[in-house]
Write a protein that binds this ligand. Structure first.
Ligand SMILES: NC(=O)c1ccc[n+]([C@@H]2O[C@H](COP(=O)([O-])OP(=O)(O)OC[C@H]3O[C@@H](n4cnc5c(N)ncnc54)[C@H](O)[C@@H]3O)[C@@H](O)[C@H]2O)c1
Ligand SMILES: O=C(O)[C@H](O)COP(=O)(O)O
Length: 527
């Protein structure tokens, strides 16, 4: 039974798949104190949050059984992604579900800002009929500067064009072709700042975007321009904005988000030029149902061993690519696991080579799985697909992935090579049509071994009687041999035997195998 803790209020309709799942115990508690949260996460496999709950390193470290964190929304700045990755916890979000609602909210804020609607309403509530005080400006013909031309930025731009505004956008991924297609101008951040009558930000909050709109940026703007932030508090420097409004440089601002939330006492709220909402961008029935449905799907999928659609701390794999790669998952993990158990010394470099039909696909997921297979020998189950690369790099292991033309006659070939401070070893495997995975090469030896079960790898001299002596000793230990493969470089030279036996080899049996004449080394492993 998977225990899923839902920390923030989520649409009940959206989380229906979780509530109905027979293998899930969903615990919804949006009112946990920090201390209660630390206690509650100890026993859960999944946590689902919106923007309010802070999933800090401390929370992740307390959650000993945690496998997945679901963010029912876009921004993941309330989740410590580094800590999640280090602990092998997948973070998933719901990037599409609230785009429209947030774009619509931005437009509502834009119009409120242009026409002073909240301020005028507030005056009416005070029984004051103010008309002169609230003269607004038209949107038509004005320039909207959009910083961050992603899902929401693009939707806002389309709507602004509907108001007959001119749109100029800045985004590091925006080029002329994309801008033309969207019917907007594109410019540098400086050009956008200089031309905007209204500036709206739609980037994530990250180190690079923190205070992106600061004092210097505001200085570049036209006198009397207006600023909107419906993305994240902190993208616009709040102190700089406050001073710019006070000085009259900026005519007004519309804010849905604040650096610290809840923000009921914020000085910006005391300015009549500011219209504000309490982080309502995604607060519609539709958006909440969408994001809760999307995140529930991914959380369930991950817990049940499936492939998530919206991973944040690992690359997503398209379903088409998944179809091509998934048959190789087990092979790559087993090759890595096999080699890591027989190699000696401290790991320094891992190289993975792909050939045949694997040359034309993005094989990064397979490399990641091979690395997981290798590292599990030393680090155990804490290494998974999420943190395999990071764990390797933290340990100073260099990873190298290459496509190779050498297929050795197979339609596909995956070769894993490990270099340690003592030796370099390699293993190659293939998927045989209808027959499954096979190890076909170990170092210089050609073999044909199913990478499964209890294996004994014996390095010996190619001399008559070696195989017979191994067979007799195993039978003395009541060990049944399921398969046996031998490979040699040349007659009478170095050779290997790979045996599959029906049960795990006890250390006494392994020691006695090592004492047999002409046998140099015996290694036992279970895959
Ligand atoms: N107010 C709300 O309730 C609400 C709702 C949804 C999303 N959001 C916020 O809006 C943000 C954007 O959402 P989205 O769905 O459009 O995300 P998105 O990932 O589709 O788009 C973000 C865009 O920002 C661009 N970007 C990154 N760094 C930049 C920089 N330095 N300068 C300019 N552009 C930069 C990216 O290239 C990307 O195109 C989210 O990260 C979230 O924090 C707020
Ligand atoms: O990043 C987001 O998706 C929005 O900020 C929505 O946040 P919320 O889930 O707290 O409404």
């Amino acid at each position: 039974m998977y225990r899923v803790l839902i920390c923030d209020p989520l649409s009940e309709e959206g989380i229906r798949p979780l509530l109905d799942a027979e293998d899930v115990e969903a615990i919804a508690d949006p009112s946990l104190s920090h201390e209660e949260l630390l206690e509650a996460v100890k026993s859960v496999q999944a946590i689902i949050v919106r923007s309010q709950t802070q999933v800090t390193r401390e929370v992740i470290e307390h959650a000993e059984n945690l496998q997945v964190i679901g963010r029912a929304g876009v921004g993941v700045d309330n989740i410590d992604l580094d800590a999640a990755t280090e602990h092998g916890v997948v973070v998933v979000n719901a990037p599409d579900g609230n785009t429209i609602s947030t774009a619509e909210h931005t437009m509502a804020m834009l119009m409120s800002l242009a026409r002073n609607i909240p301020q005028a309403y507030h005056q009416l509530q005070q029984k004051r009929w103010e008309r002169k005080k609230f003269v607004g400006v038209e949107l038509k013909g004005k320039t909207l500067g959009v910083v961050g031309f992603g899902r929401i930025g693009r939707e806002v731009a389309q709507r602004a064009k509907g108001q007959r505004m001119k749109v100029i956008a800045y985004d590091p991924f925006l080029n002329q072709e994309k801008a033309d297609k969207a019917g907007v101008d594109h410019g540098t951040l400086q050009e956008v700042l200089q031309q905007a009558d209204f500036l709206t930000v739609h980037t994530p909050l990250m180190e690079e975007t923190k205070h992106l709109i600061d004092r210097e940026a505001i200085q570049l703007m036209k006198p009397g321009a207006r600023i909107l932030n419906c993305a994240r508090g902190g993208i616009v420097d709040e102190d700089a904005l406050y001073q710019a409004i006070q000085s009259g440089k900026i005519a007004g601002a519309a804010l849905d988000v604040f650096e610290e939330e809840p923000a009921t006492e914020h000085p910006l709220l005391s300015l009549t030029e500011v219209v504000a909402t309490p982080h309502l961008g995604a607060s519609t029935v539709e958006a909440q149902e969408n994001v809760a449905t999307d995140v529930s799907y991914d959380v369930l999928e991950h817990l049940r061993g499936g492939t998530v659609r919206n991973p944040v701390n690992m690359p997503s794999v398209s379903s088409e690519m998944m179809e091509q790669l998934s048959p190789y998952f087990k092979l790559s993990e087993r090759l890595g696991a096999f080699l890591s158990r027989v190699v000696e010394g401290t790991l320094e470099r891992v190289s993975v080579y792909y050939s045949g039909e694997l040359t034309d696909v993005d094989t990064t997921p397979l490399t990641r799985i091979a690395i997981k297979g290798i590292l599990r020998r030393h680090i155990g189950q804490r290494v998974n697909d999420v943190n395999a690369f990071k764990t390797a790099s933290d340990k100073g292991i260099v990873i190298n992935e290459q496509k190779s033309t050498s297929t050795k006659g197979f339609t596909n070939l995956l070769t894993v090579e490990i270099e340690t401070d003592q030796e370099k070893r390699s293993i190659a495997g293939t998927l045989l049509n209808g027959l499954g995975a096979r190890i076909v090469q170990l170092d210089q030896y050609s073999i044909d071994v199913v990478p499964d079960g209890n294996l004994i790898l014996i390095h010996h001299k190619d001399q008559p009687g070696a195989i017979g002596r191994v067979g007799s000793l195993l039978s003395e230990h009541n060990m049944n041999i399921a398969t046996m493969q031998v490979g040699r470089t040349n007659q009478g030279g170095d050779a290997v035997m790979v045996l599959t036996v029906d049960k795990e080899v006890e250390s006494e049996c392994q020691d006695r195998l090592g004492e047999i004449t002409d046998i140099n080394k015996v290694q036992c492993l279970t895959l």
